[in-house]
Ligand binder design. Structure first.
Ligand SMILES: [Zn+2]
Length: 144
């Protein structure tokens, strides 16, 4: 009767965010890091082509509001733009993919990032005190 998002078949409809983790072949020699390729199927913000996680905060007025009102985000926030206070609205415990995510100046103190893949994540000036980073993959990330 209603459309089930679980039956999503890999094609990204026009009206979805469509963010895809870069397939720029740089990591092709490390298949483990790109095995969970996928495009973002979240609904875009009303004034952006991207969803609340992938919209440039300089180009939308609704990012923070939408982040605060979003439910569980699944396990992938590849490429999420969550620097500064934007990270405050996100529960990181269940997220395993934060590749290329913008998290500079984010307050991640006490966040559970164990087993998270933070490949190329931008963590400059992020507060990682008491963050759980056991088994987190920080390779290629910017220096903290
Ligand atoms: Zn998105």
């Amino acid at each position: 009767m209603t459309e089930s998002p679980e039956e999503f078949d890999g094609k990204v409809p026009e009206e979805r965010c469509g963010y895809t983790f870069p397939e720029d072949s740089v990591f092709e020699d490390d298949p483990g890091s790109v095995s969970q390729q996928g495009s973002c199927i979240r609904d875009p913000l009303s004034d952006s082509d991207r969803c609340a996680f992938h919209a440039n905060p300089a180009e939308t007025e609704h990012k923070l509001h939408q982040l605060r009102n979003t439910g569980p985000v699944g396990d992938s926030l590849d490429g999420a733009i969550l620097q500064h206070h934007f990270a405050d609205s996100v529960e990181f415990a269940d997220i395993s993919l934060l590749r290329d995510a913008a998290l500079y100046h984010a307050d991640l103190s006490g966040a559970d990032l164990s087993d998270a893949n933070l490949l190329r994540a931008h963590l400059s000036y992020a507060n990682l005190s008491e963050a759980e980073l056991s088994d987190a993959d920080l390779s290629g990330g910017s220096p903290v």
